[in-house]
Write a protein that binds this ligand. Structure first.
Ligand code: FAD
Ligand code: PYC
Length: 417
């Protein structure tokens, strides 16, 4: 086993981020809103933004138990792509990708969206077949994706090892050139600032403890650590904790929650020009604008609400990275952290009305919801405002787990789970 010198698990960055977010001027909650959004992650904040901007609904509260962007939005590896298999997925992820392309201008906030290309490696015949199927399906759906030979992989990403002597040699790759990365906290802050400018209340340190229903069963509001807050419409957008919240309204969710970890290296000069992912050796990596290598791991095998995942998952990931990039084997790892992702049986999200009138849910993005943030917020706002789904999220129902109309994206999720 290789040695990873200086591997240290520290949490200063998350603490600094929290301190910054606490300077946000949290307003006093009103007693009554038109819409309450539970969860000030990217999806919740984007939903509030589009409710205000596209539907003129500004009497909205976004309630956050911690600090804004402190959940998965501030913990993810920011890979953005739309190379999913099924038509429904192509619809929502490509809708999101198009919104990403204009997001900095739209929010007047630099979200540092960088379309440097996402390359998904193939290491065996099975990988090649699955990847090529994705390339063809994507192109039929108008989503860019192309097949690369090992030499083309090397030309696009010079530090990669295409040698044949490793356990899983690279035999090709699918490349989505429009994919890339963005700055995760900027996305949360950009949406938060723009929504707040239109009158939305973003209330931090306000944990939802109960969901209230009237005698007709419809939602009437929520119980929080800052008292009762009323609204006829409540949207739950609380990744990782959705089941807990929905249980408060008596709705059981087909979800399991798992820790998912990531880590960053010391900063170095630009060396990695694109995003590289491998679902076979279980590694994905990019380089941040600060110069750190940003490395993601797989989920823990056991369901848990702990934001600290297992150490062996990290060391396995680093071994995989060193196999694909031996040149990185002496890099020092500086920080690691975890988030809690909620996963559906078909690895596709739920963005829908629920059996409870006035209660809406946006969840189940699993390991891959950051890329969807603008598209998800946009169509979820439509669903809440109009009381019916947008055509883009019409397939992402709760009912599909009863009627079997699943959208099986396990292979496109690209992360070990
Ligand atoms: P969050 O940002 O988690 O927001 C939910 C919020 O709800 C949290 O702030 C939480 O505090 C709040 N909340 C929970 N319970 C309550 C309550 N009772 N009351 C009030 N508030 C509550 N996706 C990608 O597309 N690309 C990637 O490269 C990628 N990498 C990842 C790497 C890691 C390590 C992790 C953990 C995730 C990754 N993801 C990735 C997934 C992605 O981060 C998530 O799908 C996405 O950020 C979810 O956004 P969200 O707004 O729904 O959730
Ligand atoms: O969905 O692309 C993805 C992803 C990468 C790392 C975690 N999720």
């Amino acid at each position: 086993m290789r040695k990873f010198s200086g591997f240290a698990v520290v949490r200063e960055a998350m603490r600094a981020h929290k301190g910054w977010a606490e300077q946000w001027n949290t307003p006093e909650p009103r007693k009554q809103y038109d819409v309450i959004i539970v969860g000030a992650g990217g999806h919740g904040l984007a939903t509030a933004y589009y409710l205000a901007k596209e539907f003129g609904i500004t009497n909205v509260a976004v309630l956050e138990k911690g600090w804004l962007g402190g959940g998965n939005t501030g913990r993810n590896t920011t890979i953005i792509r739309s190379n999913y298999l099924y038509d429904e997925s192509a619809g929502i992820y490509n809708h999101a990708l198009k919104l990403w392309e204009g997001l900095s201008q739209e929010l007047n906030y630099n979200v540092m969206f960088s379309q440097r290309g996402v390359m998904m490696l193939a290491h065996n015949v099975h990988d090649v077949q699955v990847s090529k199927r994705h390339v063809h399906a994507n192109r039929l759906n108008g989503v860019d994706n192309e097949w690369l030979t090992p030499q083309q992989v090397k030309d696009y990403c010079p530090p990669i090892n295409i040698g044949k002597s490793v356990r899983y040699p690279i035999v090709g790759a699918a490349l989505q050139r429009r994919g890339g990365v963005a700055r995760h906290d900027a996305v949360a802050w950009g949406y938060a600032r723009a929504a707040a400018d239109m009158g939305v209340h973003i209330i931090q340190n306000c944990e939802v403890k109960g969901i209230n229903r009237g005698s007709d069963g419809a939602v009437t509001g929520v119980e929080t650590t800052r008292g009762t807050i009323n609204a006829k419409k409540v949207g739950v957008v609380a990744a990782g904790h959705t089941s807990v919240l929905m249980e408060m309204a008596g709705v059981q969710m087909p979800l399991e929650s798992f820790p998912l970890q990531a880590l960053v290296s010391e900063p170095v000069k630009p060396i990695l020009p694109c995003v590289v992912m491998s679902s076979s050796v279980h590694a994905y990596i990019s380089q941040s604008d600060k110069g750190e290598l940003v490395i993601g791991a797989g989920t823990d095998q056991y369901a848990s609400y702990s934001q600290t995942g297992s150490m062996h998952i990290l060391t396995d990931t680093l071994e995989a990275i060193c196999e694909v990039f031996p040149i990185f084997s002496r890099m020092k790892m500086m920080r690691s952290w975890g988030g809690i992702v909620d996963v559906t049986p078909d690895r596709s999200p739920i963005l829908a009305k629920t059996p409870v009138s006035g209660l809406f849910v946006n969840c189940g993005w699993g390991t891959g919801g950051f890329k969807a943030t603008p598209g998800s917020g946009n169509v979820f706002a439509h669903t809440i405002a109009k009381d019916e789904p947008h055509k883009i999220n019409a397939g992402f129902t709760l009912e599909r787990f009863r009627n079997g109309r699943l959208i099986d994206e396990a292979a496109a999720a690209a992360v070990a789970h």
